[in-house]
Write a protein that binds this ligand. Structure first.
Ligand code: 3SL
Length: 229
């Protein structure tokens, strides 16, 4: 049976970089990068291109391209959009190519470039993601983007939610990180927002006055597609 492992922070990625070619990786940045990218597809974006640096993003400037990005949660001044999912409305993104660079999410996405399959996901397409992973039927790496190489609760809880569903479908949990993530998910499940209320990035949201994004990021199954890079 396929195995599941979880990378709790990008600082631990080096331990998993070998054998990537045989694995399906799900990059997770619930607040907010991977949620925002899912929302862009929900609202008809033609393509979303995650890039690590702001300089790389600038290289894509062209008609029909929307530049998006933040650093430390704040919109990059010269870009069209920040990283709030609420900015990625249909009238802004439909039919467009979105080039996005974020503090942690897009960095993690780049790191696992050699994987057999590379996905990004969020609660907004969790069921579609799980079904796709089951269909692919190979080892899964759940890659939490964290915050500046630190562990975070929201990405770990989402990894646990995916692991829980996969385990119910016969996938084997193969490391303590995934056991912990699944246990956290089972604790969080009855009141996800309450569980995350004291999470460091939720506190940062308050400082940045972007709390209204939280609701959007914690909504389940708004999109029935998967986002494969
Ligand atoms: O770090 C990231 O990739 C972002 O999602 C962080 S923020 O929510 O835009 O602050």
């Amino acid at each position: 049976m396929p195995q599941i492992e979880t990378i709790l922070t990008p600082a631990l990625f080096y331990l998993h970089s070998r054998g990537l070619i045989e694995k399906q990786v799900v990059v997770i940045d619930i607040l907010r990068a991977t949620t925002t990218m899912v929302v862009a597809y929900e609202n008809g974006a033609k393509n979303v291109i995650p890039v690590e640096s702001l300089e790389d993003a600038m290289k894509h400037v062209a008609p029909g391209v929307v530049l998006a990005g933040e650093r430390n949660g704040v919109k990059v001044e010269e870009f069209d959009l920040g990283n709030s999912p609420q900015e990625f409305t249909r009238d802004v993104v439909e039919g467009k190519t979105i080039v996005i660079s974020t503090t942690n999410g897009t960095k993690a996405i780049q790191a696992c470039e050699g994987a057999k399959y590379r996905y990004i996901s969020s609660f907004r397409n969790i069921t579609a993601m799980v079904n796709q992973l089951i269909h692919n039927n190979c080892d899964v790496l759940l890659f939490c983007a964290g915050w500046k190489d630190k562990f975070n609760l929201e990405d770990t809880v989402f990894a646990g939610a995916i692991a829980d569903k996969l385990a119910e479908n016969g996938f084997e949990i193969n490391d303590d990180a995934t056991i912990m993530a699944r246990s956290l998910w089972l604790l969080a499940k009855p009141d996800l927002a309450g569980f995350l209320a004291n999470a460091s990035h939720v506190k940062r949201f308050k400082t940045l006055h972007i709390e209204s994004d939280l609701d959007v990021c914690l909504k389940f199954d708004q999109y029935s597609g998967v986002v494969k890079l």
